[in-house]
Design a protein around this ligand. Sequence first.
Ligand code: FES
Length: 85
Amino acid sequence: MLINICIGSACHLKGSYNVITEIQQLMEEDSYGSQIELKSVFCLGHCQSGVSVQIDDEPTIYSVTKESVKDFYYNTVIPKLKGEL
Ligand code: FES
């Protein structure tokens, strides 16, 4: 699974760096982490939302913050990896 995290200027200001480091931490603590690749990308076209995150080439753009990144990881990323979503 490829997780694209926007580091465009709007998302950068909303904390892209924090979201990236939080996800990296969760991946290290989790056995599924090795199945995930993180990629920094430029503007995903949803600058009004939080930090924009896209999984693989899905059309959905998730809005993730430092506060919601754990919830995103365990309730979206992991279930998708397991094929539950
Ligand atoms: S800067 Fe991140 S979606 Fe535009």
